[in-house]
Design a protein around this ligand. Structure first.
Ligand SMILES: Nc1ncnc2c1ncn2[C@@H]1O[C@H](COP(=O)(O)OP(=O)(O)OP(=O)(O)O)[C@@H](O)[C@H]1O
Length: 243
């Protein structure tokens, strides 16, 4: 394990969470924890329930049972906006930056919950974390490469100073070299103290940088443990790593 966070406060705590699409049950009693400063990865195949779980955490997917706490606050039935204000911010799958707006304006949008006077200083912090965004600050976001748009989507989320960042498949649609760079950046954000919950189909890349990993299969957690330990697990290797 990269860091021992067992004594750190809980940022996200999920207990017995269930969710349905009509009569189809997509989540079967999920238990999961993210502690302050941790990088926690949830890996699983297509259709395992990763996006459903993230959407339930963000408050845009109905929950049929169980509970979700952010920093001790029960948000199981709270609105999505309330959850953002409670400190959880999701970077959606497929990046979804505002293409016709400049990089700077995209970042300002991410700061909508923040006091106006602090936004410019936070933007400079983002430019220090993501120097390529500084270079391109006046360009339209739609002109950035896929990897740069992923960085902008992460920076935009961080502009709200969330207590945890939820990343939905940041490697999706990126070339292998860019995937490696994005994961280096995600690990770097963790090293700066940012709490991250990373959801990925790319189990190898995600577990390689994770402090703690969870494996989800057909809506249930089937394995969990330190990221590097899961990487060495035989079941994970045969099911997700093609070994
Ligand atoms: N709108 C929907 N209506 C009915 N069933 C759905 C809906 N969305 C997802 N499901 C089902 O819920 C289960 C979990 O899907 P989910 O999208 O959460 O998986 P995932 O692990 O995120 O997959 P992916 O990697 O493709 O995003 C799947 O069986 C899927 O078919």
């Amino acid at each position: 394990m990269k860091n021992d966070h067992t004594g750190s406060p809980l940022v996200l705590q999920i207990k017995g969470l269930t969710s349905h699409y009509g009569r189809i049950q997509a989540l079967h009693g999920i238990d999961l924890e993210v502690r302050q400063g941790q990088l926690v990865a949830l890996v699983g195949a297509n259709g395992a329930g990763k996006t459903t779980l993230l959407r339930a955490i963000s408050g845009v997917q109905p929950v049929s049972g169980g509970s979700i706490h952010f920093r001790g606050e029960d948000v199981t039935r709270a609105s999505a906006d309330r959850r953002v204000r409670a400190g959880i911010c999701q970077v959606p799958e497929g990046r979804q930056v505002f293409g016709p707006m400049s990089v700077e304006d995209n970042l300002r949008l991410g700061a909508y919950t923040r006091p106006k006077g602090e936004v410019e200083a936070d933007m400079e912090r983002m430019f220090a974390l993501f120097p390529v965004l500084k270079e391109k600050r006046l360009l339209l976001a739609g002109t950035l490469s896929g990897g740069q748009q992923q960085m902008l989507a992460m920076a935009r989320a961080l502009m709200g100073r969330p207590s945890a960042l939820l990343l939905d498949e940041p490697s999706m649609g990126l070339a292998p070299l860019l995937i490696a760079e994005i994961f280096r950046i995600v690990a770097g954000l963790r090293d700066q103290g940012i709490t991250i919950f990373l959801v990925e189909q790319n189990a190898h890349a995600a577990l390689s940088i994770a402090d703690v990993g969870y494996v989800i299969e057909t809506g249930a957690i089937t394995l969990s443990g330190p990221g590097p330990e899961l990487l060495r697990n035989e079941r994970v290797q045969s099911a997700y790593l093609g070994m």
